[in-house]
Design a protein around this ligand. Structure first.
Ligand SMILES: [Zn+2]
Length: 176
């Protein structure tokens, strides 16, 4: 009997801590979007897409409360917009900035859309340290999702965690 070797991912998605000044600037913009999302009644997450030449292309907020749509995460909303406008070849040269590390659903959207580089502020681990005592979650970081993919995605983070975390404080019903 012929046994097919199971398909395996690249298994080597590492988080890099190196950031440029423009990376930090774009992360601060993503954090500002997360604040605006909260002010508009949604969960405090924001994301934006920067093109190969450093041009600002798209931005998105979380919409799960005002939507209502459980898939209305900021990064998934961004990827919906991105894949309607751009080819995966173009997106391979783009960077996606997220105020919080993308969840498995958002990581999947990034993967299927073909974005080549992800930069996030608050880590999945630090986020769940804040909200963990009072909420369940899908506790998988995007690195673990990308490690199973057949295409490498460069991931940078965390950075500016205090600034990103400040927007979440008091939102999730956790003790302050
Ligand atoms: Zn998500």
């Amino acid at each position: 009997m012929h046994v097919t070797k199971p398909e395996v991912g690249l298994g080597k998605c590492q988080y890099r801590r190196d950031m440029t000044d423009s990376d930090l600037q774009h992360l601060r913009s993503a954090i500002a979007l997360s604040r605006r999302s909260r002010e508009r009644g949604n969960q405090p997450f924001g994301a934006l897409l920067i093109g190969p030449d450093g041009q600002m292309l798209l931005e998105a907020e979380n919409t799960v409360v005002t939507g209502p749509d459980c898939t209305g995460h900021a990064v998934t909303n961004l990827m919906r917009l991105a894949s309607r406008q751009f080819t995966s070849d173009f997106l391979a040269g783009c960077s996606l900035y997220a105020s919080t590390e993308p969840c498995p659903m958002c990581g999947g959207a990034i993967f299927w859309g073909g974005v080549g580089r992800v930069v996030f502020a608050l880590s999945e681990r630090a986020f769940y340290q804040l909200v963990g005592p009072v909420r369940d979650g899908l506790r998988v970081g995007c690195r673990d999702v990308f490690a199973h993919g057949q295409r490498a995605i460069e991931v940078h983070g965390p950075a500016l965690e205090d600034e990103a975390l400040a927007v979440h404080r008091g939102f999730w019903g956790q003790p302050t």
